[in-house]
Write a new protein. Sequence first.
Length: 249
Amino acid sequence: MSRLWQARFFTTVNQLRDLPDTNVPEIAFAGRSNAGKSTAINILTNQKGLAFASKTPGRTQHINYFSIGGAHVGQHRKDAVRVDEIEALLVDLPGYGYAEVSGTAKLHWQKLLGDYVQRRDQLAALILIMDSRRPFTDLDVQMLEWFAPTGKPIHCILTKADKLNRNESTNALREARGVLESYVDEDGVGFPFTVQLFSALKRIGIEEADAKILALAGLDGVAGEHEGEEEEEHDESGAPSADDDQTSA
Ligand SMILES: Nc1nc2c(ncn2[C@@H]2O[C@H](COP(=O)(O)OP(=O)(O)OP(=O)(O)O)[C@@H](O)[C@H]2O)c(=O)[nH]1
Ligand SMILES: [Mg+2]
């Protein structure tokens, strides 16, 4: 099992001043509403309902934190998380670009997102979730450009690859690499940006994403404390229930 399977709900935050005063690496999932952030978190943590995934865009309206470590796996899922034992945090950010969100709410969330990704010291890396059929929309690019100056890594996950045929997938990946490589600093040096294909439905790219996130969180090479003990081994994740073809504007 992956250490990500140990993830537990930790806290929900509505404003920057309420961010937890934890001192462990945070890996944040950002992306347009409906891109598949919550679904990816559920698949990677092997837990159906950890992050709320929905056919209704705009459902993740708060910053949701999930802890890795500090929950004693092998014990009951509902056992309290020991905060001082948390080793890393996964962060589900509210989706952006959802047309139906009113003007002020939209501004509030865009400011919150911008401030969080630019200023949060504990943030170790950004996972930028984009629909493989339409990656790098204006708001994705804005997110990338907000975060690039921090010098921290961005790993792009192109979701819903099940919607693309083999050729389209290859092209999507190549084009995305091209976009990422086009970012260079004043000295012409590139940024630590990477990209992969992913499908929750067809379970494409799960191991790659898992390994990447563990490495970014500094959890690779750290043996699971309770490895080998009796644990729930079955796959609880389940693919997304249905297709989606709504396009959030
Ligand atoms: N075909 C397909 N559909 C997917 C995949 N991943 C997610 N979906 C569907 O896309 C829709 C949106 O997924 P969510 O995970 O809720 O998206 P989100 O990015 O968390 O959206 P917000 O919470 O609004 O920001 C749901 O209907 C999912 O079932 C995938 O790999 N393939
Ligand atoms: Mg969500």
